[in-house]
Design a protein around this ligand. Structure first.
Ligand code: C2E
Ligand code: CA
Ligand code: CA
Length: 341
């Protein structure tokens, strides 16, 4: 959709789509400057519209074609039935991405990221199926599997001499299940792992969506000793009051602010201010999406506590993670930064 149409403007149509709770996939196209295009994307996201791409004119037809093809492939393969079958056939795998302290230079832990290994095909990323799992309710059995698998793997890492933490993503849909804290504690106890080694990641928008139930659940998780991280921070438009009330101990700044981080840009001022603000609230600040040495140095300079991203380590399957640990981390958990190699 072009933002500037003949009879009406695109923003009006977006408003109408949001009001009708449309689930169509939207590709925004505009000749206006990038700032307007970015604002339109944020407007769509805040209204829960599914923007798959934002293209600046003149657009490259080959690029547009590849986007349309990936939407087509996704729609063709993923249905409720196929996900249901994937659960029965045990086709999900967890990948683990390292998280490093910029203060001590040590390995802190890993984040568990789900993938779907469709038989005979390549891996499907979670962005392609988590929303379908949420809408169909299949997120409940999928999360049950993720929680068990991630906690079991964390216990195995501890047993092998790697006392690191495991971060687990929890869907907004599960923040209404008041049993969640007891369920997670039972799994931790089953694998003899202390809750302090587990960090529950909830997105900023999920945390403020059903404030009453999410506060209840997050508070009880904290009381039981779990860590709570607010994920994708900066994208959810929560207010400072809401943030200050959240019983979390970590804020994870969204990768959209980090990947292209340069000094003298609005993103730099935003990230620096978020870090200062988080520290004022006594929170640990994490940056995700660190892809370069330059970004890592900027983050150290502005006192970001820890970092995650392709520059430090890609998400890996459990066997590859153990190999990676042996190569990149010593027995005191000191991490060999790529620049030092
Ligand atoms: P997220 O929690 O924000 O996870 C970070 C995503 O950024 C991951 O994508 C990761 O592979 C990617 N990433 C990591 N480092 C970099 C980097 O340096 N640059 C860039 N451009 N990207 C980087 P992934 O694995 O595709 O996961 C996408 C989202 O799916 C996650 O976003 C999370 O919201 C959701 N998700 C993943 N696993 C689970 C799960 O087990 N349960 C639930 N409910 N959601 C999950
Ligand atoms: Ca996450
Ligand atoms: Ca994130």
């Amino acid at each position: 959709m072009d933002l500037n149409l003949d009879q009406s403007d695109g923003v009006e149509i977006l408003r109408w789509l949001a009001l009708s709770e449309s689930t169509v996939k939207i590709i925004l196209i505009s000749g206006f400057d990038l700032k307007i295009l970015n604002s339109a994307v944020l407007l769509c996201q805040s209204q829960k519209l599914d923007v798959v791409a934002a293209l600046h004119k003149p657009i490259d037809p080959a690029h547009l074609k590849s986007i349309l093809k990936s939407i087509h492939d996704e729609c063709k393969t993923i249905s409720r039935e196929s996900l249901d079958l994937a659960i029965k056939k045990n086709e999900f795998v967890l990948f683990y991405q390292p998280k490093i302290s910029l203060v001590t230079g040590k390995m802190i832990g890993v984040e568990a990221l789900i993938r779907w290994h469709v038989a005979g095909k390549s891996l499907v990323d979670p962005d392609a199926f988590i929303s379908i799992a949420e809408e169909s309710g299949l997120i409940v059995p999928i999360s049950f599997w993720v929680n068990h698998e991630a906690i079991k793997q964390c216990a195995a890492l501890h047993a092998n001499g790697w006392p690191i933490t495991m971060s687990i993503n929890i869907s907004a849909k599960l923040l209404t299940n008041l049993e969640l804290p007891d369920e997670l504690l039972a799994i931790a106890q089953q694998y003899h792992l202390k809750p302090e080694h587990i960090c529950i990641e909830v997105t900023e928008s999920a945390a403020v969506e059903n404030v009453t139930s999410s506060m209840d659940i997050l508070m009880r998780l904290r009381i039981k000793g779990f860590n709570i991280s607010i994920d994708d921070f900066g994208t959810g438009f929560s207010t400072l009051i809401e943030l200050q009330r959240m019983p979390c101990n970590e804020l994870k700044i969204d990768k959209s602010f980090i990947t292209q981080l340069h000094k003298d840009t609005p993103e730099f001022i935003i990230v620096k201010s978020i870090i200062n603000l988080g520290h004022e609230f006594g929170l640990t600040m994490v940056a995700e999406g660190v892809e370069t040495q330059v970004v890592l140095e900027i983050l150290k300079e502005i006192a970001c506590d820890s970092a995650q991203g392709f520059y430090l380590g890609y998400p890996m399957e459990k066997d590859d993670l153990e190999k990676w640990l042996r190569l990149n981390v010593d027995e005191s958990l000191n991490f060999k930064f790529p620049s030092a190699l």
